[in-house]
Design a protein around this ligand. Sequence first.
Ligand code: 5RP
Length: 215
Amino acid sequence: MSDPKRLAGEKAIDYVEDGMVVGVGTGSTVAYFIEALGRIKDRIAGAVSSSEQSTARLKALGIEVLDANAAGPLKLYVDGADECDPHKRLIKGGGGALTREKIIAEASETFVCIIDPAKQVPVLGKFPLPVEVIPMARSLVARRILALTGGQPVWRDGVVTDNGNWILDVHNLSITDPVAMETELNQIPGVVSVGLFARRPADIVIVGGEPPKVL
Ligand code: 5RP
C-alpha cells in the first residue's frame, strides 16, 4: 500500500481550482501535495508558502511563490498536522513553522488538513505542544506555561525558526478545552504563537488511506 501521507497529499489536489493562489503548509505530508501541485502548475497562479523549506520545494518545481501581503485573502490552504481531534482542532508546529502556518490559515477561506491515520486522537496533547517564543522570553514563558497548564516545557535547543525565534515543546498535556488554552497561552508576553489550531480549526480533514477519508 502507498504511504498514507502521499495518498492524503495527492487527494488535496481535488480542492485546487484553476487560477488559484494556493496557501501551502510545511512538512513531509505537504511535500507530497507540493509534488502533485507541480504536475498542475500551469493551472494555478502561484502559492503563498509557510516556510523556507516549502518555498524551496515550490520554486524547485517552477511554482511562483508570492508574498502573503500582496496575495491578500486566499481561497485555499493545505497543510499537515501533528494531531487532529474529532472537531478538526489541531496541534501543529512539529516542523517549527507554526507561526507562518497560522497566519496563512487565518487568511484562508478553506483550510484542508492532510494527515495519516496516526495523527487522529480523541484528545489533543500527547504530541508535545510547540510554542514559538521571542528568545529573551524563553524562561519566563516556560515558567508561566508550567504554572498555567502543569505541562513540562522543553526548549527545542539549537532550533531557530524562520522568524528568528525559539520553540518550547510542552509535554504531558491533556487538552480538554483547546480554545481556552490557545487563548490563555497567547496572552503570555513573549509568546509569538501557540501550535494549537482550535480558534481557527481545519475545515476539511483528509486522512490518507486506500481510499482516502474526507472528514
Ligand atoms: C510543521 C507542521 C507539520 O504540518 C506537522 O509537523 C506534520 O508534519 P508531517 O506531515 O511531516 O508529519 O505543523 O510546522
